[in-house]
Design a protein around this ligand. Structure first.
Ligand SMILES: [Zn+2]
Length: 550
């Protein structure tokens, strides 16, 4: 469920993509029928509302295979007899049953169209069982390329994990692989070889010891979950945990790390508390108390798996030990803990319907980094970090991608999107009001999938000004506005150039060091009684070009 309005992607998973992007040809790209089947709310998807998954699988590291079934429960919104289920080769759908009867299925690439026999009556709660198996795609570069990672730890034990933002969960399990719809809850039963542990999403409900020596871990998620958030992590894990006293009560924090990393983790994971302190302040309560918070070691950098944040940053501060901002502040915290945890609010709580709107995840979450810095080190420090990450902006393509074809926009959604939000904060010019907007977003769009328009409208309404031109400028255009000005005869004339028509963002400047707000538009405006020779500088918190005297 989690979708209320019907209709209407890449994924730089997790953290960052800043440095690996480079697919600048998207504007001219030709999209295929497969892209449409993946990225559109097709008629074969629209008629049923997902309510529950039970993913019940065996994972075999010895031959890199997965076999099992997914039970899909749904409510009929409108009668229809064909259901689209997605599963990507080389995984194969073996059979689909409804009430024990096998159904005919037609495959078209990654999409399977299931012909239902029983009449689907409006309002009915029905279920299908989808049996499948095979050797799923191996991720070439996790988490940026989707698939399963089959590694070994230093002791030679299997160390296995899934990551699939963008490419889609249907890489390894059959599902409704579109972000608009989420199940209200989910059970994952994952069978693994002796001596290994699976850590998935939500809470561990039980472990079965099977006669063949394997064990089955049952993980239950009681909140809506987006499909790329669903994950398996299998290894020789050890566990430790703590209780966090947060805004909504006691939050169970559980940590699962490879046996040899326990002591390091006990030190490094202290950043979790600092992160929760900062983000509950700025964004409101952690959105999944019922499902707990987990940090799980993974054989790749990291990903925002819901209530099961995966971690592979080497137990060091920064982003793989580096400061993305160059300001020094980026080495004060563990980038992956902060960034991926930030996604619990912006990605898992508030989720894009279409990956074209991926900025909703990455811009806000990148923005969460300077907010963390500000919370712990002060406003000036946050500002320095924010301005520092501008060095990663490319202005190559718009931040918003292509709708209905599973295509995300520019990697600028990270540093530029965050700077857009920081700029907007300056415009709002009231920090408590601004914090109220951030918290309000998480309250009013709690556990929902949303569009850019919904976020824009919400922010306009609560900022008290029409921000449509502002968002057009920063989300849909690659130009960076420039303030053009001229001083003659004690008169200061100014306007925005290099901007979308009607761009009307107020800007804080300093005239000989004295603060002054200007309300420029794309037409010339003026103020009088300005001293000859006055020097104009723009507040550096605004992400605009330096002022140009003309
Ligand atoms: Zn991210």
């Amino acid at each position: 469920m989690k979708n209320f309005a019907l209709p209407l992607k890449f994924a730089l998973p997790a953290a960052m993509a800043l440095l690996t992007l480079g697919n600048a040809s998207a504007q001219t790209q030709n999209f295929t029928r497969q892209d449409t089947l993946r990225g559109t709310i097709t008629p074969e998807r629209a008629w049923w509302d997902l309510t529950y998954y039970h993913l019940d699988i065996s994972v075999n590291p010895a031959d890199s295979s997965i076999h099992g079934k997914n039970t899909i429960r749904y409510q009929v919104l409108e009668p229809y007899q064909i259901m689209q289920i997605d599963l990507q080769p080389p995984m194969r759908m073996e059979r689909v049953l409804q009430n024990g009867k096998q159904l005919n299925v037609r495959q078209e690439g990654n999409a399977y169209f299931v012909q239902l026999v029983e009449a689907q009556q409006k309002g009915a709660q029905n279920e299908v069982e989808v049996f499948y198996g095979g050797k799923p795609q191996v991720s070439k570069n996790p988490p940026w390329s989707g698939g399963i990672t089959w590694k070994r730890d230093e002791r030679g034990n299997p160390f296995v994990a899934s990551s699939n933002q963008g490419a889609g969960a249907s890489l390894w399990w059959p599902c409704k692989d579109h972000m608009y719809d989420e199940p209200d809850s989910m059970l994952m039963s994952v069978t693994v070889p002796k001596n290994l542990t699976d850590v998935s999403n939500g809470r561990l409900r039980g472990v079965d010891e099977n006669p063949d020596g394997t064990r089955t871990f049952h993980w239950a998620v009681t909140n809506p979950i987006n499909n790329y958030g669903v994950n398996i992590n299998i290894g020789d894990y050890v566990h430790f945990g703590e209780k966090y006293q947060g805004e909504k009560g006691v939050l169970d924090c559980d940590y699962w790390v490879l046996r040899d990393n326990l002591e390091k983790a006990k030190v490094q994971f202290k950043d979790v508390r600092r992160t929760l302190d900062a983000f509950e302040h700025w964004f409101g309560p952690y959105p999944f108390y019922e499902d707990s918070y987990k940090l799980v070691e993974a054989p790749y950098l990291g990903m925002e798996h819901q209530s099961s944040v995966t971690y592979g940053n080497g137990y060091a501060n920064g982003y793989r030990g580096r400061d993305l901002s160059g300001s020094g502040w980026g080495l004060k915290f563990d980038y992956i803990i902060i960034h991926e945890t930030g996604h619990e609010w912006f990605a898992n709580n508030i989720t894009y319907k279409d990956v074209a709107d991926m900025w909703i995840h990455e811009s806000f979450t990148t923005y969460s980094e300077p907010l963390f810095v500000e919370y712990h080190y002060g406003k000036q420090a946050g500002s320095e970090y924010m301005i520092g990450i501008r060095q990663n902006i490319r202005n190559d393509r718009p931040i918003i991608g292509h709708y209905n074809v599973n295509k995300s926009g520019s990697g600028d959604m990270y540093p530029k999107g965050a700077n857009m939000l920081h700029t907007l904060r300056q415009v709002v010019n009231d920090d408590e009001k601004w914090r109220g907007i951030l918290r309000g977003l998480n309250r009013d769009f709690y556990h929902q999938t949303v569009t850019t328009e919904q976020i824009e409208n919400y922010m306009s309404k609560h900022a008290g000004r029409d921000l449509s031109r502002f968002f057009d400028q920063y989300l849909r255009d690659t130009r960076i506005p420039a303030l053009e000005y001229r001083l003659e005869k004690k008169k200061l004339s100014y306007r925005w150039t290099n901007a979308v028509g009607g761009f009307d963002m107020p800007v804080k400047v300093y005239l000989n060091g004295v603060e002054q707000w200007l309300e420029p538009t794309t037409d010339w405006k003026e103020i009088k009684k300005v001293k000859a020779g006055t020097k104009l500088t723009i507040d550096p918190n605004f992400y605009v070009q330096d002022g140009k005297e003309v």
